[in-house]
Every structure is written in C-alpha cells, then in structure tokens.
Design a binder for this molecule. Structure first.
Ligand code: ADP
Ligand code: 5GP
Length: 187
C-alpha cells in the first residue's frame, strides 16, 4: 500500500443503526479497516474485548488522557470513549483506509484538527422509530434508553457539521447510499 489512507468518521444518535450499517460496509470494502475504540462502559452480552471495544477501567482511561494518548475522547452517556492517536496515525501512514465510529463531540475534535476526513452522519427516520429501535435491541435498561434518547436531540442538531447525512429508514437503501459515498471518496 502507498500514500496516506482515507479517514472516515461516522456518527449517529444511539439506535439509528450505525453498528448494523458499519458491519455491512466493512464486509463490502476489504480495503477499509475499523478503528476499535476504548471505552469504560461494560460490555454488552454479545460484545468481545478488543473486537468491538477495548474495555478499560476509568482510571486507565484518565491516565491516558493525562499522557495525551487519545486522538479524540469524550464522555458519552456517562462513560468515557476514546480513539488511540498512535493507531490512527500508523494506519493512515501505511496507506490504510480507516473507519471511526465516534460521537459528535469526538468528531468535532477531529474536524477542528488539521486531519483530513470524510464525515458522515446517520439519521433515524424519526424520533419514534429511534426509540422503538432502542427498545427492540434489548441491550439497554429503560434508564439508559432514556438517557440515549435525550442525547439524541442535541446530537441531531449537529448533523449539518457533517459532509454527508444518510437517513437509515430502509436498511438496504441506506447501505447502498453509504457504499456509493465510500466508493466515491476512495476512488
Ligand atoms: P447503533 O449502533 O446506531 O446504536 P444498531 O446498529 O445497534 O444502532 O441498531 C439499533 C437496532 O435497530 C438494532 O436492533 C438493529 O437491528 C435495528 N436496525 C438498524 N437499522 C435498521 C433499519 N434500517 N430498519 C429497522 N431496524 C434497523
Ligand atoms: P455505544 O455505547 O452504543 O457502543 O456507543 C455510544 C456512543 O459512543 C456512540 O455514539 C458511539 O459512536 C460513541 N463512540 C464509540 N467509540 C467512540 C470513541 O472512540 N470516541 C468517541 N468520541 N465516541 C465514541
């Protein structure tokens, strides 16, 4: 591989379908890697350490803040989430295209830096559908869902900061729209 890789940043309110869409995109584009984030939240029952997230203790996370380890980090729904600066830098230098699934605060930090990125925001078709999807997923308590829905409002208000906004109503249509963005940007 030669040259600098492309950095893709995807954000969405929780439950919009970002994880579902990202899995499809990663299957479709073999020249695209996923940046596994670090988080202090507990794993969900189907999540594996170092594949879905690196699950770490809040003390370790805070130590790494002090060491300037993170390219970006944020507290989202009461937990820390962060992206390793070293991992992203090394991957892009090797010419690897990279996909980051991060929240609007983290995306804003990268947008404010001198890093070149392609930013995509995934929108649910409506607030009611978002709420239904979070309930159907059955991974979060009522309290956690309420917090995620409350945050969704302020996240959606920031969607225009992104270069692309894709509505995830019909799943196949959303996948096709995303694929055409990735094809165009990686051409
Ligand atoms: P996120 O990663 O954005 O929190 P998920 O990918 O976990 O969201 O999706 C939330 C729930 O909605 C999951 O149960 C998923 O299967 C479902 N889902 C995702 N996209 C669609 C869609 N287009 N239509 C219906 N259900 C969807
Ligand atoms: P979840 O707990 O549902 O996996 O993720 C919650 C939110 O944290 C999502 O909006 C997701 O994009 C965001 N997130 C995941 N990893 C990171 C990260 O490394 N940095 C930031 N800023 N947000 C992240």
């Amino acid at each position: 591989m030669t040259g600098i890789g492309k950095l893709f940043v995807i954000s969405a309110p929780s439950g919009a379908g970002k994880t579902t869409l990202i899995k499809k995109i990663l299957n479709r584009f073999k020249n695209l890697s996923y940046s596994v984030s670090h988080t202090t939240r507990l794993p969900r029952k189907n999540e594996r350490d170092s594949i879905d997230y690196f699950f770490i203790h809040p003390d370790d996370f805070e130590e790494k803040i002090a060491q300037d380890h993170w390219l970006e980090w944020a507290k989202v729904h009461d937990n820390y989430y962060g992206t390793s600066k070293e991992f992203v830098g090394n991957s892009l230098e090797k010419g690897q295209n990279l996909l980051l699934d991060i929240d609007v605060q983290g995306a804003g930090q990268i947008m404010a830096s001198d890093i070149d990125l392609v930013s995509i925001f995934i929108m649910p078709p409506s607030f009611e559908v978002l709420s239904q999807r979070l309930e159907n997923r059955k991974t979060d308590t009522k309290e956690v869902i309420a917090k995620r829905l409350a945050n969704a409002k302020s996240e959606i208000m920031q969607k225009d900061l992104y270069q692309y906004v894709v509505i995830n109503d019909d799943l196949d249509e959303a996948i096709e729209k995303l694929c055409s963005i990735f094809e165009k940007e990686m051409a």
